[in-house]
Design a binder for this molecule. Sequence first.
Ligand code: ADP
Ligand code: MG
Length: 613
Amino acid sequence: MSDIVKLLPESVANQIAAGEVVQRPASVVKELMENSVDAGATKIKLVIKDAGRLLIQVIDNGCGMSETDARMSFERHATSKLRNADDLFKINTFGFRGEALASIAAIAQVVMKTRRKEDEVGTAITIEGSKFVSQEMCTCDYGTSISVKNIFYNVPARRSFLKSNTQELKHIMEEFTKVALINPHISFSMYNNDSVVTELMSESFKQRIMNLVNKSYSNKIIPVEAATDTVRISGFIGKPETAKKTKNTDQYFFVNGRYVKHPYLKHAIESTYQELIPADTYPMYFVKIDINPELIDVNIHPTKTEINFQDAHIIYAILKSAVKHSFGQYSMEVPSLDLDAEPSFIMTNADENRPIVQPKIKYDANYNPFNGLNNQRQPANEDWKSFYNEINTRFDHSQNEHITFGDKQTDNATLGDEPTGLFTDMGTEFIQSRNQYIIGTVKNGIIIIDQARADERIKYEKLVAQMEKGETAAQTDMFPETITLSYDESIILDESKDEFEKLGFKFGKMGQSNYVINAHPADITTDEIKSFFEDVLTNIKHEYSNKSVSRIKAIAKVTAKKTGLKSGKKLFVEEMRQIAQSLSQCSVKDTDLDGNPIYVIIDMDAVSKMFNN
Ligand code: ADP
Ligand code: MG
């Protein structure tokens, strides 16, 4: 009797093994896209035809392969990512086993074109059902393009198991999303039957979440962060009110740059939300875990989406406390970061109950404003000194018993009820004093406006109106400049990108906290750009931690303060007129952004008394 034990032909062995790696078109998408990421590509394009049945093609601009490597890459256990068994536990990516390309080539018709940058010509390989068909020189862009045609053409049982196009496409989209989410620095595009499904530029993690998952998440997710010597947790979690009724929706863990499932860590997050969200609802999360690869075992599942941590319970605890901390920081203490929130730094309403005090001027007996008038049109500085001191005291200490300032002390009987009453019959002539005050006349007296405070208020109201309307301020293009921010500043900037763009900035992101600025608001000079950017962020951070203000208002406030007219600037009459006019149209005109008075009015009746009339 002859021997009956036979080795399976290589192609059949490959087909069986392929079953582990390739269950459906989406599995091919995952493997090819991950290879492109590993190849250092900065652009990855996915082309799908007929939900992947006809074609799955991934084109990248990564490192490419030599002629020999291209051929080798289809051999089972061929990988450039491991040299020996030890590497399995060392490399900073997942357990490479060199199985994907061999498995894919076993169940489809595959054409790979690849070229390294340094090579003049590329190589094109065709393999069908594990059988080598041809390899020839070709002209192609550097990088790699792999076309997988007629998936399961030689495994009819599997082919008939495929679901509807809609279903298969949904799986493909899911795999595409997982890879694209965790690689926001890479530009991705996806085409289905020749039409664009999505195009993503290099961007921040948060922007990638918005552009890929849901635009409206901008103000629905909050940062989560924690770090120890061996593990770093970062990313975003949904605010409690965004919990969903469907399970497993928008829940992502990424470990060392790859999407993974982890029911135990999922529990760490979901249980922390428990008291904050209704029963049967589920929070969303986009959490990255970066960990020393020696502390994970990734080879428990052939498609590498399940992993084990050596100290899973420690990571569980860190994650839970990071989520709690985020609630504390963003949801509880600062409950109303939303755009409708009223800024608490506008002080006008706080003055509502201030008693109306009859204005009276306390005058200096030695003071004679007409001293020196014969010699010059403006009184000499000396003569005005005590007067200025008085005015300065009023501006600085907000005392109100001698001089009127702000609507709230207005004698309505004389000035009318409209909020603009104080500016009734404002004259058109103005003089500037000490390059600090604009002096003009109003119906009942003399108005003295602090130019810096007025301009700050005017700019602020203009900016808020403009940003709320969604208009973009005038901007100036600049030679690109790179700035590096701290982690929390980068988070604020990512969250506030829209507002910054409306302000007139144009910038892109490189890595976690480097930004390239290409344009800035026309109001500031290119020289001040870096410090401006950093100051605005520091100030927003400050506003955030102190008060619940809207982001638009916080940004407008610091921008107005930064770009506002300074004391000491000489003004033309036309400029003074413009400021007085604009102030009269502001919705709040009494106080600047810190609650200091913007103007004082000296009642002419009181002046008359000074003349003993
Ligand atoms: P693994 O990714 O586990 O190494 P694969 O079968 O997916 O195994 O790929 C085999 C090898 O082929 C890789 O290790 C890599 O050297 C090479 N390779 C695959 N895809 C690409 C690509 N897009 N660009 C450059 N090299 C690639
Ligand atoms: Mg691979």
